[in-house]
Design a protein around this ligand. Structure first.
Ligand code: G3P
Ligand code: CA
Length: 243
């Protein structure tokens, strides 16, 4: 199981404010070998890492992410709502995470957050930065918007893509193949051992989300998944080390 990727979901998001540099760095300390994050576009076209389309839950701001410039968003606090000890954390840019990942040799799962808001040109912009950091072989682009993943493959065939889905799809590897996707980012309860074997035979990999229970992690490892997306990279690191 040495090659199972330990993806920290929004960083180590149970002990640090999600999608902040503090959460990403903490995840690495805890043994994560991958970081999952969410990318959106600012009003002036910059890529920022934040899950919600609106600012209220995780920052000191309010309203839609898309309505603010990068400079305006960077003036917001993205840590204090989680815990006052993290006051001063800001919304990171994609470049900041790619720089850290390049330095640390980890994998980045970039989720394109283009389900509610259709950010025009997001695919091209993300791919341009991944190429600029020469990280084509260490990035997986995922999305619930599968047309967007299809576009990514057209633009950059070498960068891996992963379909995000919640439901129990029938033979999802066949559907993934129609998009030329490489990975299945399935809601973890939708993952059965026979599906993992089917995917492997078709040359696809499984990265279930979001798995926080240790027994469920073990069930999925036994089923042969290739990576797990978790809020608790420390728990998964411990399980992987015991193998
Ligand atoms: O990538 C898995 C997971 O992050 C998808 O759901 O809502 O946490 O972005 P969400
Ligand atoms: Ca996500």
């Amino acid at each position: 199981m040495g090659n199972v990727v330990n993806f920290a979901h929004r960083g180590s998001s149970k002990v640090c404010p999600e999608n902040t540099m503090a959460a990403f760095k903490k995840a690495l300390e805890q043994g994560a070998t991958g970081i999952e994050t969410d990318v959106q576009l600012t009003k002036d076209g910059h890529m920022v890492l934040i899950h919600d389309e609106t600012l209220e839950r995780t920052t000191s701001g309010s309203g839609w992410v898309k309505d603010y410039t990068l400079q305006e968003l960077r003036s917001l606090d993205a840590g204090g709502k989680f815990d006052p000890a993290f006051q001063g954390e800001v919304i990171p840019t994609l470049d900041e995470l790619l720089e850290l990942a390049q330095d640390q040799g980890i994998i980045v799962n970039i989720e394109l957050k283009n389900g509610v808001i259709l950010y025009e040109g997001l695919e091209q912009k993300v791919i341009e930065r991944v190429k600029a950091f020469q990280m084509e072989d260490r990035v997986v682009i995922s999305s619930f918007n599968h047309y967007s993943l299809y576009l990514c493959k057209q633009l950059a065939p070498k960068i891996r893509t992963g379909i995000l889905y919640m439901e129990g799809l029938f033979e999802p590897w066949k559907y993934a193949d129609t998009l030329r996707a490489d990975a299945l980012h399935a809601y973890h309860y939708a993952v059965l051992p026979e599906f993992v074997q089917g995917a492997k035979a078709a040359g696809k990999v499984y990265h279930p989300f979001t798995v926080n229970d240790v027994q469920e992690m073990q069930r999925l490892l036994d089923a042969g998944v290739d990576g797990i997306i978790t809020d608790y990279p420390d728990r998964l690191a411990e399980l992987l080390a015991a193998k």
